[in-house]
Ligand binder design. Sequence first.
Ligand code: AMP
Length: 574
Amino acid sequence: MPEKMSDQVNLERVIEEFEMMTRDAGQVQQETLRRILEENRDAEYLLSLGLGGRTDYQSFKAHVPIVTHGDLEHHIQRIADGDPSPILTGKPITIISLSSGTTQGKPKYVPFNEELLDSTMQIYRTSFAFRNRKYPIGSGKALQFVYSSKQFKTKGGLNAGTATTNVFRSSQYKSTMMALQSQCCSPDEVIFGPDFHQSLYCHLLCGLLFRDEVQFISSTFAHSIVHAFRTFEQVWEELCNDIRTGVLTGRITVPSIRAAVSKLLKPDPQHADLIRDKCTQLVNWYGLIPRLFPNAKYVYGIMTGSMEPYLAKMRHYAGDLPLMSADYGSSEGWIGANVNPSLPPEEASFAVLPNIGYFEFIPLRENSDGVELPPVGLIDVKVGEEYEILITNFAGLYRYRLGDVVKVVGFHNSTPELRFICRRNLLLTINIDKNTEKDLQLAVETAARVLTEEKLEVVDFTSHVDLTTDPGHYVIFWEINGEPSADTLRECCSVLDRSFADAGYVSSRKVNAIGALELRVVRKGTFQLILDHYLGLGAAVSQFKTPRCIGPKNGKVLQILSSNVVSSCFSSAF
Ligand code: AMP
């Protein structure tokens, strides 16, 4: 463990480099595009488009079409099937990432390579440098709720796993984390364990064992942090017992995890009593994190976008510790770093790193005849406007629609600062209505305020368009941490219905072209079953995002929800 950060990474230099690069973002973008096209000039894909080795933006734009994952799928499949020819990249791709699939319904294959790994480390270093300048951490450990998914071989023998798994398994990750004083409390056997529930329990146990050393708490997405501490509420006595007796609970059955964690345990009744006292003194677990981890400086993870609904619970656990929202990226590649760490997650933005890919932005404002406007370059975006991002990266994606909507909220030097808005695809639509994930989130937030009168909260939520009724209607599923009265539920349901402000929805509701919104409350633990279902399909907890709309093709999740409904009601708002 380095004594001082400066032994490993010169953080001031990282910031300086970032400042320099962003001062000339336009130039860096051109150079990045040139390098990408130069390195991949012999890729079949680019040759077939007639680019002929040209590396300037005008030729690129003229020859290379804007694509979706679907357009590239057959190329990626050939790579996964073991075809060694230069298909999308000059150097063959040897690793495949599996996107979380929770946003699209099913996991997608995307190419992964060393350059993506390098940019991951660059992003980690950059945001750490800014974070550490504001909230310096001492040497110690990080309680990180990180989980690797299973790696497997594709038909062609390539290693495949979620992007986070590919990163966690790399030696670069370990050394970067060491250098950034962000070494995980838990041994590798816990991170790479085959059973998520056992890994989570052991992360909590290792966190307690190294309580005084923990400098911050983190996970990739905020959902995992909330999930971990909700679990803590259930298992804390068992954890204390393990610490008291020095013997790991029988529930940990995976031999590698058992052996690694048992080595850290020795009977410590005093420590167990101390933790028990701390837990019993808390009121409704408020401030649990700083109480248990007295030297923690902050809580860190992606808290924007579909993670925002977990913020209230995070704040509850974090008490007065700052919440810091992590960077913006995807399995397809990173985009920007949070270089303003003191902003609350609701205001977090991401400064694009102009050297990790070539970025274009499709304005979401349509032109007068309803046709999509052409994309603009990184430095040509306008503050206040919303865009869909196109990525061109070093791993074989060219003008690739990521499917995310972002808003430009400012500039850091000449690179834009983006706020994540939502996925571009509509979640809820029956006829002329258009509601996105963000609209749903806001409606749920508003309606959930009614529950606070009964001191209850929404644990998690999703939605569905029910077309089996005539007219079709929206169904919102809620898991609640208690039992509200029937009157309260009816009120929540009507508030939900009224909160979808989209003009198409409101007018359709008024003339009954869309039926009354239905609120279905599901049994406690239902969203855990949904998580388990996705894990069974090979998803990783580290990348899990609760799907916010369950389409007709997602029969299994719909069935899990439907078979756990405990009550339902219809809105009387219109
Ligand atoms: P994955 O499919 O697991 O690669 O997830 C990538 C997606 O997660 C992105 O396209 C975004 O929709 C979402 N995402 C990643 N980082 C953030 C962030 N900082 N804020 C909001 N959403 C994010």
